[in-house]
Design a protein around this ligand. Sequence first.
Ligand code: SF4
Length: 360
Amino acid sequence: MALDYIFDKSRAGERLSREEGLALLREGELLELGAIAEEVRYRHNPNPWITFVVDTNPNYTNICNVDCIFCAFYRHEGEEGEYTYSVDHMIQKFKESAQKGVTTVLLQGGVNPKLPFEYYLEMVRRTRAEVPEVHPHFFSTSEILGMAAVSGLSVREVLRQLKEAGLDTIPGGGAEILSDRVKRKISNKKGSSAEWLAVMREAHGLGYKTTATMMYGHLETDEDIIEHLETIRQLQDETGGFTAFIPWSFKPGNTPLEKIIPTYATPMRYLQMLALSRIYLDNFPHIQASWFSEGKKIGQVALHFGADDFGGTLVEENVHAAANFVNKTSTDEVITLIRESGFVPAQRTTLYDILKVYEA
Ligand code: SF4
């Protein structure tokens, strides 16, 4: 396939086919891919801003019955190190975070079958009532499927009641790679690609906004990556409910999958993923770079490969930490990192509304 033709199409803002996406991934020269992705990024987001959110990622339980082999975070009930926090405990944590300037709490847990649906509803209601400074960005698709299983309610009803309690965005975790061939190997009990999509479709239908994620660098093929991008692009055509796409690489430390995949994907692969996604996902408003999962320097470089957002400040993070992957920053440092990369930092909300632009 003629790459020049695909590059021209990308520059002109024309939609790429699966085959064209695959050709870009396999044959596109990285710097050229990055340059085109940056052009495309400015078409979507013309300001020289790089947005970020002041957030935290606490976890309410690490008990989980899903046993994903890429996960170092979860424990079984009764196992050493397992925990489940009360709603009181979490609300206190959220209050402490709000005092530090946090505006978004991205809350996830394991899928703990002992927790009743009321626990989750109370978590949302009380966050809205008692910590109005923070936006609850709670519960991945796996947890929502878990709530449906525990309560006997449909996914739609679970989402409806959570919405009534005050939830209006959910994070895009749990997608990994939307290929059932891969999912059967890395997360056999987690539910299919169709189930992840069905939860997202229902959520968007009820008025939720969500993100979409992708974890690569394990057992997937190039075709699986394109399939993943194509699938979420189609759903976005249908619902328009995704705010952003966030790719990150698998972190093998302390996971069962480490025996097969002991190393991280390279920084070059990350930049390729970002650029490709910015070009391919022509209906996604934002592409998020991650200083956290790829390191600060690569996070900065990523801003020239199609990303327009630097993610969150992550006051607390436990999932990657369980895989011996720890990175810390502060709001001041994020502002400096964005400026050093040649952009204007802009603090945003979960829904990408701008709170403050840090002009030089
Ligand atoms: S990734 Fe989530 S669902 Fe899978 S084992 Fe870990 S905590 Fe459980």
